[in-house]
Design a protein around this ligand. Structure first.
Ligand code: DON
Length: 589
């Protein structure tokens, strides 16, 4: 026992977590620790190499940004050095990333942002795509009345009215310091001078190549073949579009040349997105959803984001952790985490949707009465041991896209923003003359009750298609604040349905298990999204996870897709981590 006392409580909790709940395994875990003094000896940490850590984690004091491309983080540093604030940094990185990751986001996409400036206030912005006036479910039904999942997933009718440009410009106008031309300058340069194609981009270009329309093949090809890794990607038309934004600002997105070109493109497609749609588009500004969670004030995005379901998930876990009746060790932890995830995604499927069209009972879903009642139900089921999941294996399709930007400065000024064109290269259609790829965000609506979307998510009538409506989203940009009001951390992720659980996993390891920020981001994850009825585990958990003691879950191993981008304050240090699964790095000083 001598060796055990040397270790902090967090380590003992860790041992409990990774042990299989029996004394025998707890003891052997401790023995292993005594022999080697490394956590990895008990639980493999694949992302743990020092080189990797040095690339994906950075410590500074003044300012820190974490994104999914080194040049997007660099764009942020550049405007910070010119005297910009965190909002200028976010704006520069947003425009830059739309040039650098056209497979993930872009000016014809949409997103959410939480802005927290401790001395001024806090805001939530919804600049997500909206269904066009013509957008009704009838577009996506075949003649026999069955849903046409292809039409809602690819091509001109899969796109909704974009909001990225309107949203980012509005936020910069309200809170930025620098002229727009300064904050867009890095993006203009990356588009005009080009950048070296990295492996992820080269891979998706070659995969999607046959489905690209001719304008898109022209930009992403050389000599009629897909551009390759290491070659220079120059986006001249996108440069022209960005230049028009600098000249005309938001007017360009109401009646400028870009809108004319998009409308021209849609003439062939029933005028699905019309000039009228652009005129009517409104960025929604509101208060963030603020709740007490795990000892912090959690500021997240209200519906149609999944922020509320993330709060429910975290509160359910906290309530279960207080009760003595759950099994202990990894079995108990796994049940608590999985059941919290399942219930939150059940709520999402049932209630999730645009609050202007449907009643999302936010107050109820995060109330203590609801949390306690629901935990009571889970407790009965778990204590009786007499329960079985229904087996419904419909797997989500694989996808890597969307992006997230986390920024914080020494004063705790912070921006958390997730932006997307939805699937890989969205609709896989470039609007001729613009250099812009259309989103395929109509697929985030529920085409019919119970029919899963790209991410295997199901929805109810609450998320049915209607003109002007915003589709439900998993994107959940979040900021945690200490009870004193000081900013603790900024977090968010791309990853479709796995966004909320990636944030949960990271915060669980960081705040509850007290691991380092880097370990918390890269620790093997667990995911359950209610449907399919499957517990997804990162492959490293194989052999360490007591499947035999969790017979009620259908377990499947596979890599969690979501990439977390986080900046956290520890004392006077700012630590940034860009998920080692991605291409990006944190930058700051
Ligand atoms: O808003 C949503 O839920 C989706 N459009 C996000 C897509 C996404 O994160 C894809 N990433 N793998």
């Amino acid at each position: 026992m001598e060796g055990i006392r040397k270790f902090p409580l967090s380590f003992l909790i860790f041992v409990l977590f990774v042990s299989f709940g029996s004394c025998e395994t707890i003891r052997s875990a401790m023995d292993a620790e005594n022999n080697t003094s490394t956590l990895e000896s008990i639980f493999p940490q694949v992302e743990g190499s020092k080189e990797k850590r040095d690339r994906y984690e950075l410590t500074g004091r003044e300012f820190m940004i974490a994104t999914d491309h080194p040049l997007a983080s660099q764009a942020g540093v550049e405007v910070w050095k010119q005297g910009g604030n965190v909002v200028d940094v976010f704006t520069a990185a947003s425009f830059a990333i739309s040039v650098l990751r056209p497979q993930s986001t872009g000016l014809l996409g949409g997103g959410f942002a939480i802005v927290y400036l401790p001395k001024k206030g806090k805001w939530a912005y919804d600049f997500r795509e909206r269904s066009p006036k013509k957008g009704t479910a009838s577009y996506y039904l075949k003649s026999d009345g069955s849903p046409d999942s292809e039409k809602i997933l690819k091509g001109p009718f899969s796109a909704a009215v974009p909001g990225n440009v309107q949203g980012i410009l509005k936020i910069q106008k309200q809170h930025g310091k620098l002229p727009l031309s300064d904050v867009i300058a890095p993006a203009l340069r990356y588009a005009k001078n080009g950048f070296a194609v990295y492996s992820d981009l080269a891979n998706v270009i070659s995969k999607v190549w046959p489905n690209m329309n001719p304008s898109m093949q022209k930009v992403f090809g050389i000599d009629n073949r897909p551009i390759r890794e290491g070659e220079l990607l120059i986006q001249e038309e996108l440069f022209q579009t960005l230049t028009r934004i600098v000249e005309n600002e938001e007017k360009e997105w109401i009646s400028g040349e870009t809108i004319k070109l998009v409308s021209e493109y849609y003439k062939e497609y029933d005028g699905f997105i019309s000039e009228e749609d652009w005129k009517q588009y409104q960025v929604k500004q509101m208060d963030p959803l603020v709740s007490s969670v795990w000892g912090y004030q959690m500021m997240t995005m209200p519906p149609p984001s999944s922020g509320v379901h993330l709060v429910t998930m975290m509160q359910l876990y906290a309530e279960m952790a207080k009760r003595k009746s759950f099994p202990k060790g990894i079995v108990g932890e796994s049940i608590q985490i999985t059941e919290a995830m399942k219930l939150a995604y059940r709520d999402r499927a049932e209630y999730g949707g645009d609050p202007s069209f449907t009643d999302v009972p936010v107050t109820k879903l995060i109330s203590q009465t609801y949390i306690q009642d629901e935990v009571g139900e889970i407790e009965k089921k778990v204590v009786s041991g007499n329960w079985k999941e229904n087996q419904n294996p419909k797997e989500p399709k694989d996808s890597y896209n969307t992006t997230h930007i986390s920024v914080m400065d020494r004063e705790g000024n912070a921006v958390s923003s997730t932006q997307s064109i939805n699937g890989i290269f969205g609709a896989v259609q470039m609007v001729p003359g613009t250099g812009l790829v259309l989103n395929n965000t109509m697929d985030d609506f529920s085409i019919a009750p119970g029919v899963p979307n790209l991410y295997g998510l199901v929805g109810s009538k609450a998320n049915a298609i209607a003109p002007g409506k915003t589709p439900l989203s998993s994107m959940s940009p979040t900021i945690l604040v200490e009870p004193s009001g000081a900013t603790k951390l900024v977090i968010g992720a791309p990853g479709g349905s796995q966004i909320p659980t990636s944030i949960f996993n990271t915060l669980y390891h960081y705040l509850i298990q007290k691991r380092s920020l880097y370990e918390s981001v890269s620790f093997p994850r667990i995911h359950h999204q209610f449907q399919p009825s499957t517990l997804f585990l990162d492959p490293e958990l194989k052999g360490y996870f007591p499947e035999s003691e969790l017979p009620f879950y259908r377990v499947q191993y596979g890599r969690h897709r979501a990439k977390v981008f986080i900046v956290s304050k520890e004392g006077d240090k700012l630590i940034g981590v860009s998920d080692p699964k991605g291409e990006g790095i944190p930058l700051g000083f």
